[in-house]
Design a protein around this ligand. Sequence first.
Ligand SMILES: [Zn+2]
Length: 433
Amino acid sequence: MQADILIENGWILTMDPENTVFEKGSLAISGESILAVGKAEDLSHIEAREKVDARGGVILPGFVNVHTHASMTLFRGLADDLPLMRWLEDHIFPAEARLTPELVRLGAELACLEMMASGTTTFCDMYLFENAVAEAADTAGMRAVVGEVLYDFPSPCYGPIEKGFLHVEEMIGRWKYHPRITIALKPHSPYLCAPELLSRAFDMAETHNLPFVIHLAETAAETETIKKTYGKSPVAHLADLGLLSQRTLAAHCVKMDEADIELFAMKGSSVAHNPQSNMKLASGIAPVPAFLKAGITVGIGTDGAASNNDLNMLSEMRSAALIHKVTSADPTLMDAGTILRMATIDGAKCLGLDEITGSLEEGKQADIILMDTDKPHMTPLYNPFSQVVYAAGRNDIRDVFVAGKGIYRNRCHTTLDADAICRRVREAVLTFR
Ligand SMILES: [Zn+2]
C-alpha cells in the first residue's frame, strides 16, 4: 500500500469514540485524508513518499478554536485592564471604525501564523469584512468557519442590515464548494440584534444548512438588559424565537441558570467556552461542569486577541482545566482527557465538522499536529493527555498538517511569510496608538 506521508514513532491520541491511544503508533496520510492509523507493526506494509519521525512525541488531531475574532490581533495590547464598556467604547470601537478589508486580511494572516504555530488547524471566526478572513485562512491552508457579523446598526462592511443579508448570501455562493472554508450565520448577540434580525439569520442558516453562531449570556449587564426588554433570560429569549437547535453555537454562556441549561441540552445546542477572555473582562465563569453533566457539547475558544491576549489553545485548555476545579473545590472535574476532547473532537462537533475533522480516524481529513516531548519540561511522560494539557507549551508544536498538507514543518511556516506579515502589521498599526 502506498501513502504520501507516514508519521512514525509517536504516542497517537486518536480522540476517536473509544479514546484509543497507540503508544508506538504510526499514521499514514494519502492526499488529504488519513489512510491508516494504528500500531507500528500494523502499518509496516505501507510504503510512503515521505517518512516523519515523531521521536517519541505526541501526535494528535489539530486543535479546534471554536470562537475567535482573528483580525483583532491588530489590537493586541492596545488597551488592557479596563471595564468592558470603557474598553469597547473608548478603544476597540474607534479602532474598528478605521478597518478596511486589507487591514482585516493582514490581522487574520497574523492570527493564522499564531494559530498554526500553536497547533490550531480549525477556527471559527466572527468579524467585519469576513471575506478577507476566509481568504487569509485559505492562503494559510487552515480550515475555518467564517461569518460576517450582523447587528442592528450599519456595518463598515455592508452598510444597512438589508445589504448585510445580501452580502452573506453572496459569501455563501462564493465559498460553497471550498473544501476548507464554511460560511456561518453570525448575528452578534441578542442585545445588538432585534428579534427580526435573529430570526431571519436563523432561517438563512436553515435554508443553507449552515451553523448559527452568536454571543450569548456573556455578562450580568447583558442578562439584565434582555430581561428588562423581553422579560426573560437571553437563552429563553432565543428559545422562544425558535433559534436554539443543533446548529446553534453560543459563545460564553457565563450567565446561565438551571432552566437555561436544561433548554440548551434539550435543543442540542452547543457552547464555546472562552475562560481567559471571561476572566480578563471579569465577565465571570461559565458553569461548564453543569453543561457537560447535562450532555451539552462544549468546545474551547480563545476569543479575540484584544481580550486574551493570545490565540493559544494550549494555555486556554489549561485555564479551562484549572478554573472550574477552584470554583467547585473539586479537583476531579474537567480532567485532562475531557479538556482535550473539548479542544478537538467536541470542538469539531460544535461546528458540524466532526465527520471530517477533530479525530485521527481512517478516512477523515488529515488535520494533525505533532508535539516534541524530548525536553526537560516534558520529561518523563506517564500520561500524554496530562502532558499536553498541564505541561506543554506552544513551542512544543513541531509540525502541523491540514488536509494532508504540511502548513508548519519543523517550526517553520510553509504557506505564509511570517517576517513580512509581522513587519507589515507593525507599520499598519502605527496610527492606532
Ligand atoms: Zn467574541
